[in-house]
Ligand binder design. Structure first.
Ligand SMILES: NC(=O)c1ccc[n+]([C@@H]2O[C@H](COP(=O)([O-])OP(=O)(O)OC[C@H]3O[C@@H](n4cnc5c(N)ncnc54)[C@H](O)[C@@H]3O)[C@@H](O)[C@H]2O)c1
Length: 434
């Protein structure tokens, strides 16, 4: 069994650490935030990720948490880097946290492998390799092992991956990282470091492209009387296309897609290439988030003085992550239009991200007296809501279903004026899942 140091106790670092501990490895998770480390030591998990708390608790004897680099690296065979790589003003990835970690390894004598889990531009591994060499750390190995887990299903995704990608400069390091995953069933893709870095960016770009594609089809459906839910079903049954990520809605968000698309766009531009398709994907997504305002205007006229309830704030269900969530853009636009915003989410902390909104404890509380509701995040709670009671409690029972989650016929029967995304008036049943 190996000893694994994980730098970063965020969504990726905690899942990675917990899953390696579950495989029997000794894991030390290091972060720079004292409150995060304190919470973890006390058995509290600072993020919401289904199954993670139980996994950390079950493997507690093989998991330690520290603020100290020296404690983390002591006897470590692997130094996993899972720190954030947010966008800079220019759209390039901000790699400052990664450089900090690399510099913190100064003086390391024991042979270990630095493994990059953070999503980084192509060429980062080569730069890290050069920096390690400059600092007298030529004996430290380097591998890229990008992360493909999705928030909300991250534990399952890690334990049952579609693939494990390992890029390394030295075969011995690739072998070591592959061995570390013994017990996890999934194809291993071995390649050079630059290709491993590109696989991550390209996979995200492909998923985003499908989302913007179906959203544009939805917009054309709206203009022509077709129903995008049926269209996506019919298209997705084509084996060459497949059904996933063909669900029309109000656009993608989260901590990965928006920043990774910008980073790939800038990476291409910095290399002298204008990535036209990706630019269009990004622009379609930005416009998609704003289309809800047009729908509300069509029904309500001006939004000044109107009350709009946002159902869901997280960028998708089963996570508390609101980074780049469509709800933020929507709330900002609604406030700018003079509307009063009421909002509900079962786990995301609305008060800290939307100080201008009234945060409610239940969907029904958010809907009471409202002139319109927007379903922003397809939380399971909303499928079971008493929509007839909701309609009668509203001043005006208008629902914009931003995820095509609900059955239009049922919602209309419950008293709502229902608008989905790309759904012709009077069209059928609820949308499938991605
Ligand atoms: N969130 C996801 O689902 C996901 C999926 C795939 C890839 N990724 C990528 O993984 C990386 C991490 O993402 P995340 O969502 O876990 O980020 P996060 O913001 O949740 O966590 C990052 C953590 O790193 C800590 N940190 C900063 N500097 C540090 C240092 N020097 N030493 C130790 N810890 C330090 C931060 O305090 C924070 O707790 C990013 O590059 C992201 O693009 C994320």
């Amino acid at each position: 069994m190996s000893r694994v140091a994980v730098f970063g106790a965020g969504y990726v670092g905690l899942v990675t650490g917990a899953c390696f501990a579950d495989l029997g490895h000794d894991v030390v998770i290091r972060d720079v935030l004292p409150e995060r480390i304190e919470a973890l030591r006390g058995g509290a998990v600072p993020i919401y990720e289904p199954g993670l708390e139980e996994l950390l608790a079950r493997n507690a004897e093989r998991l330690t948490y520290t603020l100290e680099v020296a404690v983390a690296v002591r006897d470590a065979d692997f130094l996993y880097v899972a720190v954030g790589t947010p966008p800079t003003y220019s759209g390039d990835a901000d790699l400052s946290a990664i450089w900090t970690v690399v510099d913190e390894l100064q003086g390391l004598e024991r042979r270990a492998v630095v493994v990059m889990k953070s999503t980084v531009p192509v060429g980062t591994g080569a730069k890290v390799r050069a920096r390690l060499d400059e600092r007298g750390l030529g004996h430290i190995g380097y591998a890229s092992n990008p992360e493909f887990t999705a928030e909300g299903t991250a534990v399952r995704d890690f334990q049952q991956p579609d693939r494990i990608v390992i890029g390394a400069f030295e075969p011995v390091d690739a072998d070591a990282v592959a061995d570390l995953h013994a017990g996890i069933d999934g194809p291993i893709v071995r390649c050079d470091v630059a290709s491993a870095e590109m696989i991550k960016l390209a996979a995200n770009a492909a998923l985003m492209t499908r989302i913007s594609f179906i959203n544009e089809i939805a917009n054309v459906c709206e203009a022509t009387g077709a129903d995008v839910v049926r269209v996506a079903e019919g298209v997705g049954l084509d084996r060459r296309i497949g059904p996933s990520f063909l669900r029309a809605g109000i656009g993608y968000g989260g901590s990965c897609f928006p920043k990774d698309s910008l980073a790939l766009k800038q990476l291409a531009a910095n290399s002298g290439y204008h990535f036209q398709l990706l630019n269009a994907v990004i622009e379609v997504n930005e416009l998609q988030k704003r289309r809800v305002i047009g729908k509300l205007n069509r029904h309500l006229g001006t939004l000044r003085g109107k009350t709009v309830a946002l159902l869901g704030l997280a960028f998708k269900p089963n996570t508390d992550d609101t980074r780049e969530a469509p709800s933020l853009v929507l709330a900002g636009r609604l406030v700018a239009e003079g509307a009063d915003v009421r909002a509900w989410d079962p786990v995301a902390d609305g008060r800290s991200i939307l100080p201008q909104a009234t945060i409610c404890a239940t969907p029904l509380e958010a809907l009471r007296g409202a002139d319109a509701a927007v379903l922003v995040t397809e939380w399971a709670e909303l499928a079971d809501l008493d929509w007839a009671a909701a309609a009668s409690s509203m001043r005006n029972a208008l629902l914009v279903d931003g995820r095509n989650m609900l059955d239009p016929t049922e919602l209309r029967a419950a008293g709502f004026t229902y608008e989905g995304i790309g759904r012709a008036a009077g069209s059928g049943s609820a949308g499938g899942s991605v």
